[in-house]
Design a protein around this ligand. Structure first.
Ligand code: AFP
Length: 322
């Protein structure tokens, strides 16, 4: 067990950023509390609405979005937010220095089955000289992130956080309501024998991904000459947490199931923050063809293909795409 250190006091991190992260965590603690109340809090089930992505909103999607949005916009630190659950950006303080993108409740189809869900966030600074609050401000590549992380609401609530100097893991101590440092440096093993993909889409993938997965499934009888295990949580937070904890490769590749929507995961709320964490833990995050964090976004709700995790395994997968 690591020595317990109270969260987010780091001499090398800007005080305003620490304050912003602590503000954001106040909302996440509230979400954690409500999730653990579950059915007792009357928060399960769907609303009658759809979000901008055309997905039915769960009650808890809406509650989580409101909690995070309100606390960030009132903090005085945030110029604007972009949320998976909002059609457009929402302006905050005109003097705010930060832009925050977030998926308030990732994996929301897991809510009603009492399974893993999480909050994912990405923080950038307002580009120099830009006034007001515009969508254009957000259209910066993932390399511009100053911090990113996720909160996993599982048997315990955990925060994985990077400010560009490795990945730290904190665990929420419910007795004092604080996140405490439990792993100073998360590192992804370079090799793995575990993969995560939604196999039901197999026939819709590109030939490169079909061949790569076929070779994993062939195990010791194929060219990889080793057996692989498979896991799929249906919440990227849960799958990436497993990759950060014990290695692995996670992918949601391009598919032609619905030609109008070839990708599932969102660049600004999922791929960029997870890409930043994975790279900071020694792994690779790619679309199969390019580094995720170098994509120049064209709009805030943009979607991309994702292949991330253990360095050697992701590189093997990328070879198939050349
Ligand atoms: P939500 O953000 O709508 O909850 O979706 C979760 C997610 O984007 C991601 O977290 C999962 O990896 C992926 O969808 C699961 O997709 P499938 O439903 O196709 O398995």
């Amino acid at each position: 067990m690591q020595r317990f250190v109270p969260v987010l006091r780091d001499d090398n991190v800007d005080l305003e950023l620490i304050s912003l992260l602590n503000t954001l965590m106040a909302a996440c603690k509230e979400i954690s509390f409500r999730l653990h109340q579950g059915e007792l809090a009357g928060i399960l089930g769907s609303t009658l609405d759809e979000n901008i992505q055309g997905e039915t909103q769960k009650k808890l999607d809406v509650i989580s979005n409101q909690l995070i949005k309100d606390i960030l916009l009132e903090s005085g630190l945030v110029r604007a937010i972009a949320s998976e659950e909002e059609d457009t950006i929402v302006a905050g303080s005109p003097s705010g220095r930060y832009l925050v993108c977030f998926d308030p409740l990732d994996g929301s189809s897991n809510i009603d089955i009492n399974s893993l869900v999480g909050t994912i966030f990405s923080i950038m600074e307002v580009p120099e000289g830009m006034e007001g609050a515009t969508e254009e401000m957000f259209l910066q590549p993932g390399t511009a992130q100053v911090s990113a992380g996720y909160v996993l609401y599982g048997p315990s609530t955990q925060l994985a956080l990077t400010t560009g100097d490795g990945v730290k893991l904190f665990t929420l101590d419910n007795t004092i309501g604080e996140f405490l440092l439990t792993n100073e440096k998360m590192t992804i093993s370079e090799d793995t024998q575990e993969f995560a993909i939604n196999m039901s889409n197999q026939r819709f993938w590109e030939p490169a991904m079909q061949q790569y997965i076929a070779d994993l499934l062939a195990g010791t009888t194929g060219k990889r000459d080793k057996n692989f295990n498979m896991r799929w949580i249906a919440a990227m937070v849960g799958d990436v947490h497993r990759v950060l904890s014990r290695g692995g490769i996670f992918t949601y590749p391009t598919d032609n199931k619905n030609p109008a929507k070839p990708h599932k995961l969102r660049l600004m709320y999922e791929a960029n923050p997870m890409g930043f964490l994975v790279e900071q833990a020694g792994g690779i995050a790619s679309t199969g063809y390019e580094r995720i964090m170098e994509i120049e976004p064209s709009e805030i709700h943009q979607r991309v293909a994702v292949v991330l995790g253990s360095k050697n395994e992701v590189n093997t997968c990328l070879e198939y795409h050349k």
